[in-house]
Design a binder for this molecule. Sequence first.
Ligand code: ADP
Ligand code: MG
Ligand code: MG
Ligand code: MG
Length: 691
Amino acid sequence: MGLLSLGTPLPWEEAKKFADHVRFNGITQFMNTWDRVKDRYGDELLWGDEVEYMVVELDHERKSAVLSLCQTDVLAKLTPLTDHIDAATDDSIAAPTFHPEYGRFMLESTPGRPYTGSLRDLLSVEGNMRFRRNLARKNMDRNQIPVTFTSFPRLGVPGRFTKPYYDPADAVSSHSLFLPEQITNPHARFPTLTANIRKRRGSKVAINLPIFVDTRTPRPFVDPTIPWQRNIYPEDPEAKNGAALTDHIYMDAMGFGMGCCCLQLTFQGCSIEESRRLYDAFIPLGPIMLALTAASPLWRGYIADVDCRWNVIAGSVDDRTEEERGLKPLKENKKQIPKSRYDSVDWYLSETWMNRPEYNDNPFPIDEPIYDRLRNHGIDDLLSKHVAHLFIRDPIVIFAELLDQDNNSSTDHFENIQSTNWQTMRFKPPPANSPIGWRVEFRSMEVQMTDFENAAFAVFIVLLSRAILLFNLNTYIPISKVDENMRRAQQRDAVRQCSFYFRKDVFPPPSRQNSGAASPNGSIEGHHSSRGSPSGSGSCTPSGGKPRSMTNCYPLPPLPDEGPPRGAVEDEYEEYTMDQIINGRGAAFPGLLGLVEDYLSTLDLDETEQRKISSYLNLVRRRANGTLKTPATWIREFVRAHPAYKSDSVVSEEINYDLMVAVDEIERGVRRAPDLLPEDYTGGQQDQGTL
Ligand code: ADP
Ligand code: MG
Ligand code: MG
Ligand code: MG
């Protein structure tokens, strides 16, 4: 959730006076970072995951499952414990880290130390995730369980959905009709974010998800659980005045989005160029991976006709005014802004020839004076535009004590804006006073119910990142088409029902500079010598043999012999099924999995390692070809098949309880779900995992 600063947060009326101050100094800090690390080269592959949990409390007698607002208590137990593990164990083991998140029922965990490129680390991901989950579980009460569930099905229903119970009448930050104040992490940052987004926008946020119309869903569907007549806060009439749409599930607070859990991955590049290249290559994969991991069909006690969280979060922190949203002529505000500050990436960043200017075809407002400052400082056009685009946003939370910073040693003002631009990818510059290099973060995926699945997607993405770099793959399509894919990815059963824009030919054209370089399909020749020396530590290539680690520092794609491509970009992409994108199209394309397998064949894996990685890739394969369901489809079908379900789109307390019990049992391996997980899945508690 970005940085947590301590101090006195300014209310919006005060904070907005300092917006330019934060932006100006944030840019100074970025330029200082640039001066310090623009030429940094040779950082090794380090990477890590973030897994988010919600703590669910089960009451077996009442058959109820509610969110336990116990974040502070659990973290208070976990923190000294993880400190103790660090002190007590040898160097090769790092204690995991637990962080608070937006919801007072949420936790996030990361490995205590990033993974290196070694195969040992790659194969430890699942055990590492399980170790973290089990540690969290052991430090909860007996009836509490950490579930990796993207959206809690009954968040915001009338009556009890948290323990302890709180009344939404007290929602002083969000003014929500549904979520009490106490749903939010009490750290000053979070209530202030919530209140200041509402104040800046000039109304509550309004999210409307189409309801899944079942055989007995009332039509038109006018939600009887909305307290239409409530009159506590000035915003209360918004629902009946049009904010809540017929045939939709209406949500009115930041907590509905930021209360969702996801799976994120961060990768360190060799240099700024390698990170920019990876950032771009990942952008078109964002919606693909969102569709493959879709896991959130249930919202505020109803079944929705969508499968993913993305648009809910985008709407839940949409602080744009009516002018900025184009609903009123510009008067107070300077420009229209097409997207929420939580949304898909708008701009490819890399300076390699592969990034044709035509691909950046979205409307793209920037802060011009900031762009000029960056350009005058010697920063290139693409990166200057990227930063000047992030900086069209106001800082939402400003701490009085942190207004004056030493811009040489702090990046706090820069991070203030950067970390509240929540996009599908994040380009992370090196922090001040830290050994960390240029990183990119892959942020679109929904969290999966088991760590087997979470590890499978993490392993797939890190391997794919190496295949992209090793084989010089080109994944670019116009960014407007990536946005269209984002829209499709969230639709019900998108994996099986939708097609997605994807590049026809991902392979680079011939290049003399490329001779001897790696090419896929098993014909990898001489790539160790031609790919530049693998960077840093961790690489342990036996002489003449294959390496036992993944590396960084690949040469950037060499210019093709025929020069940069000039044909129409419309001829470069086509619509494909998920199966074609992941599993291939015969001789025309090996699929992303085929490319990953080609990359794997360059590594020295033993049989056990090969088998484990194959089981991960097999999950991805089967999700894409529809022989395993996405969590979203599985969850939707669970509800619809439940004996207590009345075919009216309602997720009752009893159904929700049984669903949470099932999710927990599946995760632990005591209940089978052969349509969701492979036959040989044994469960998270069978193997406590080793670090
Ligand atoms: P945020 O919430 O800002 O995205 P977190 O600290 O929660 O960041 O997670 C960052 C992830 O990056 C963790 O998985 C961590 O292990 C990993 N990580 C830490 N250092 C590096 C590094 N130098 N390069 C790549 N990943 C790193
Ligand atoms: Mg998080
Ligand atoms: Mg985090
Ligand atoms: Mg993150």
